[in-house]
Write a protein that binds this ligand. Structure first.
Ligand SMILES: [Zn+2]
Length: 319
């Protein structure tokens, strides 16, 4: 009898083992980076190349990562009346008429809403400051009118030139585009409203009366698989980042001291590398106003969408 019981026990244990193996196998298929089965595969893939993961480039709506966080900066609220106590840096990415906005998200605004926002700024008498002005303002070197705003566009989409430029020009506004160096094309691309084409050198020159162009990295606008199951902004690798800064300056000729962190992700090493390479001011995607005395390497921005309007953002309480 005891022998039979032992045999039964062994059979039961065998069944349990088989069930475990099958469960793990199914889980490994569903969560390729989370299971012990695919860990080696994951590591091997990572070591071989991370170029594969560049396919994520541009597909993450950056505006979506606007997680509210309280500003840790010291605010010097000493500006006299009629002078700006704070300034909103507005952030845009992709601008197209509503009928072409086929995949609406927080990084895509309808042209109609964009126009409405610009009209509001114009009607309210807003001054659109340059980044040079903003830098001096943050350092406490100059004062700016109470109604001052800074306009920024990330990624360098051709639709910024086609749709936003004429509107900005009409109002005599100044704006800034943070370009991804490798996306700056030599030849003007055929513009199709539903496609994510980017600005050419020719368009960059032709629109320089309105747009100032700055760096959004040369080729680090993608998320990189750093450890299995974890993606980080590619700029967080210091060696790559410093090399990328050199490439940006050499290949695009864009050498302004202003920078926007891809996906708004930064760390102290990136700030150190930027400063060592002549950058003096950098933008995150953390919402909030800019004040004199703020750290210029971590400036917040307000993401404007078709539903979160300029009027709403500019009239938010300053926390
Ligand atoms: Zn971007």
């Amino acid at each position: 009898m005891p022998l039979r019981r032992i045999r039964n026990l062994i059979i039961i244990m065998l069944y349990i083992t088989i069930a475990f193996v099958i469960t793990f196998y199914i889980l490994s298929l569903k969560y390729p980076h989370a299971s012990a089965f695919s860990y080696e595969t994951c590591k091997a893939t990572y070591n071989m190349t991370d170029d594969l993961f560049k396919t994520l480039n541009g597909e993450v709506p950056e505006g979506a990562s606007n997680v509210a966080a309280a500003s840790e900066s010291v605010h010097l609220k000493t500006a006299p009346a009629g002078k700006a106590n704070h300034i909103a840096v507005l952030m845009y990415h992709y601008v197209v008429p509503e009928k072409y906005n086929i995949e609406p998200n927080n990084a895509r605004i309808n042209l109609e809403s964009f126009k409405e926002g610009m009209k509001y700024l114009h009607d309210e008498g807003y001054h659109t400051a340059t980044l040079q002005e903003l830098e001096q303002y943050v350092k406490g070197e100059i004062q700016l009118p109470e109604k001052t705003v800074v306009l920024t566009f990330d990624d360098g989409y051709q639709n910024n030139v086609v749709y936003a430029y004429p509107v900005l020009k009409q109002y005599g506004f100044k704006a800034n585009i943070f370009i991804v160096g490798t996306k700056l094309s030599d030849q003007k691309q055929k513009f199709v409203p539903t496609e994510k084409t980017t600005i050419s050198r020719q368009e960059m020159k032709a629109t320089s009366d309105v747009f100032a162009y700055h760096s959004h990295t040369y080729n680090l606008h993608y998320k990189r698989l750093v450890q299995c199951a974890e993606y980080y902004a590619a700029g967080k690798d210091s060696t790559r980042f410093v090399h990328d800064i050199e490439l940006m300056k050499a290949k695009t000729g864009i050498t302004t001291p202003y920078f926007a962190y891809p996906y708004g992700e930064y760390d102290p090493q990136m700030v150190y590398d930027l400063k060592r390479n002549g950058y003096r001011m950098a933008f995150t995607v953390r919402p909030g106003f800019v004040h004199p005395g703020d750290d210029p390497m971590y400036l917040p921005r307000m993401n404007v969408t078709s539903t979160t309007t300029v009027r709403h953002l500019l009239n938010l309480p300053d926390e």
